[in-house]
Structure formats: C-alpha cells, structure tokens
Design a protein around this ligand. Structure first.
Ligand SMILES: [Zn+2]
Length: 261
C-alpha cells in the first residue's frame, strides 16, 4: 500500500481522502500576477488535492467587514462545491456585527472569523453578538491564536459564556504549542488547527500525543501561506495513517456536521 507520505512525495492525488481545509483566505496582495483570489485558491486546492476550503476574506476596502464578506459571497457563488465562507467580523459596532452575521448566515456562510491582530481582544463586547449566534447554532469560530497577542487565555473565559461554540484555534502548530495544549485541556470545544509558517519541531506529533485526535484539524492559510508545505507536515508526521486522514478530512466534517440550522 502506498502511504500518504509516499503519495505526497510522488505527487499523487489525495482526492480520495476529500481533504478539508479549515483555514484559507481570499487575498489579492500576495498574488502579484493579479489572478482573481478565488481562482487562485481553487487552483492551489486542485494542485494539492484539497477538496473543500473554509475561507475568509479579510482585507477588502480597508478591512471593512461588509466589503470583505461581499467578496467572499461572490467566491462562494462561483465555486459552490469547493469554497465555504467564514463571516469576517469587525467588532467596532455590536449592532452592525449582529446584522452582518445574520445576513451572511442567511446567504449560506458556514462559520465566523475573528482576527485579534486588528486590535480588539476576543472578549471585546463588539464580538459578543457573533459569539451569541455561534453559540445558538454551534458554529465554528476561527480565531487567530498565535503570536504576542494570541488571545488564547480569553478562550476558556469565552467557552464558559458560550459553551456550544466550536473554537477553532489557528496556528496551533506554531511556537506556543504547549499553550495550545493547556487550552485544549481546559476547553472541550477547542479545536487545534495546524497552519503556520513556522512550526515547533514535532508540532503535529506533540499535538497528536496531547490533544484528543478528533480535535485536531488541518488548515493551510493559503494565502499567505503555501498549501503544499502545510500538507507536507501532516503527510510526513510520525503518526498513524488513519490519524492523518482524520486530521485532513474527517474531523473537520464532524465539526461542521454539528451546526444547527
Ligand atoms: Zn489566516
């Protein structure tokens, strides 16, 4: 039998595994050849054998959330069988956040994306309506959770308030892997999402050894990161083959199957 790692090395298709990417972006800046960001993303998915990506658009019109989500909605309509959308929220006005999340969910968006790097902690009141709706519907909320302003310690506080939210903690393979493991111990609905440009040695193995397998999901962060090297660290990890398939596909699908409509 050809292993996943051998398939990756040989450039063989991973299509049979229906790889699910929990973390992608529509981004124009890093594509200097001016390719449409949705076209770029789907092309990258095809090259790497990724079936579905759950995507957010963050950088449209000076990060104006409505404009970002418009771009995402357009991409979802063009690639309905490949791209799912996170609603990006900017928490400056709580009423606008509630209206935007409700409107986008009615349009078929799947989850919510927040980015602590924008200067608001996740406990900032402007985010509350988004968490309330996510709690009612058991949505995945993707949180950038890496770097000096990671916001990780806010996650247990939020999980007490919103016990049915599925918190997807991005960049769990980055340098703060021990910190992510501590949060996973405290928060039953915290999912470790693996994308990072800089991974701790044995990051995937360390998470596998310390976090329940069903709570590890794969994401690429393409763009700005490259999908193929994000796949490579899972294909090459020293963990069982079945665990790789769960991380790359099954766990994300189980997470999304919990959404209440
Ligand atoms: Zn990202």
């Amino acid at each position: 039998m050809t292993t996943l790692l051998e398939k990756g090395r040989l450039g063989e298709s991973l299509a049979e595994y229906e790889v699910f990417d929990m973390h992608a972006h529509l981004m124009t800046g890093p594509v200097p050849w001016r390719e449409d960001p949705a076209d770029h993303l789907v092309r990258a998915m095809d090259q790497s054998g990724v079936k579905t990506s759950l995507v957010s658009s963050l950088a449209r019109a000076g990060f104006r959330m409505e404009a970002c989500n418009d771009l995402m909605y357009e991409a979802m309509r063009r690639y309905p069988d490949r791209l799912l959308g996170y609603v990006y929220v900017w928490p400056g006005d709580a009423n606008a956040v509630r209206a935007e999340v409700e409107r986008r969910l009615a349009q078929g968006f799947t989850g919510i994306k927040m980015l602590v790097l924008m200067g608001y902690d996740y406990v900032y009141p402007g985010y509350a309506p988004a968490f309330e709706i996510a709690n009612e519907r058991r949505l995945p909320v993707l949180l950038h959770a890496y770097g000096g302003q990671a916001g990780l310690d806010d996650v247990p506080v939020l999980a007490d308030r919103y016990p049915d939210v599925n918190f997807v903690l991005a960049h769990a393979g980055a340098q703060q892997v021990e910190h992510h493991i501590r949060i996973a111990d405290q928060v039953e609905h915290a999912y470790m999402e693996l994308c990072t440009s800089m991974a701790t040695y044995r990051a995937v193995e360390t998470l596998f050894e310390n976090v329940p397998l069903e709570r590890i999901v794969w994401g690429a962060d393409d763009l700005p990161l490259n999908m193929s090297h994000q796949l490579g660290k899972v294909l090459g990890a020293q963990i069982p083959e079945e665990a790789k398939v769960q991380i790359l596909s099954g766990n994300a699908r189980r997470l999304l199957s919990q959404i209440r409509t």
